[in-house]
Ligand binder design. Structure first.
Ligand SMILES: *Cc1c(COP(=O)(O)O)cnc(C)c1O
Length: 243
């Protein structure tokens, strides 16, 4: 069964108003979470996760003042980034990444959030050098040790961080995590501070903590997130994957 996305059904003006409303609501949630945590709202960068949504939505959100966009599949991200060339946007790659996709990802992404193994570090380094670009890499931590959604267990963080720091073409930027399913987010995010400290002991400036999505950005900000990755709350519900 296929469904037409609302961006195709609605005139752009209506979609623009919808995105503006959602953006104001998400920014309000971020500001409130920062206030609760005693942090300045400017501490937290909002990344719009635009998977399944068209390049026209990236353009509208860019016009509304957003600069950071993320995708989780190269096959979708590469053409979307190409369609948005010329917009003042930074692309973040947030999904599980196969080494054979690194040459493509290195051409458009500035930040890769999902770096979880040394072999991937080597491939990203080679791809960055070939593309003549520097890639900021975040070490993805698996907070429950279950590798199903990617990530290195907490104990493996220093090894991956050191590999990134030693790899020409890559800049160690920090850590990334997703809350494990079925665990209370506040408790799930607690180990992030120690993981961030471990990465900062490899490179002091590697202070990015990428955590928090539509459903759990408040506990993530309370746990020290500097970057939240928000899809549904900004763009709307995604269609189920086509099989
Ligand atoms: C899809 C996705 C998000 C955004 O999720 P929402 O719940 O739609 O906000 C964040 N991070 C990653 C890695 C994702 O794949």
């Amino acid at each position: 069964m296929s469904r037409t996305s609302s961006s195709e059904l609605n005139p752009p003006r209506q979609r623009r108003a919808e995105l503006a409303r959602n953006l104001a609501e998400v920014r309000g949630r971020i500001d409130a979470a920062c206030a609760m945590a005693g942090r300045a709202p400017g501490d937290v960068t909002l990344i719009a996760i635009t998977k399944t949504w068209p390049a026209s939505d990236v353009m509208l959100l860019s016009q509304l003042g957003l600069a950071d966009f993320g995708e989780n599949r190269d096959a979708e991200a590469a053409p979307k980034a190409a369609a948005c060339a010329g917009l003042p946007v930074t692309w973040h790659f947030v999904g599980q990444l196969q080494t054979n996709k690194t040459p493509s990802v290195a051409r458009y992404a500035s930040v890769v959030h999902s770096v979880d193994r040394v072999r991937l570090v080597r491939a990203l380094g080679a791809a960055a050098r070939a593309a003549g670009r520097e890639l900021t890499c975040l070490v993805q931590v698996s907070l429950d040790g279950d590798p199903a959604r990617g990530g290195v267990p907490v104990t493996g963080v220093p090894e991956v961080a050191e590999a990134v720091a030693a790899e020409p073409g890559l800049l160690l930027g920090g850590v990334m995590a997703m809350a494990p399913l079925g665990v209370q987010p506040a408790a799930a995010f607690a180990p992030l501070r120690a993981c961030s400290a471990a990465v900062r002991s490899v490179r002091a400036g590697a202070a990015i903590v990428s955590a928090g999505m539509s459903g759990d950005l408040e506990p993530a900000i309370a746990a020290g997130a500097t970057h939240v990755r928000v899809g549904t709350a900004l763009l709307g519900g995604r269609k189920p994957p086509v099989r």
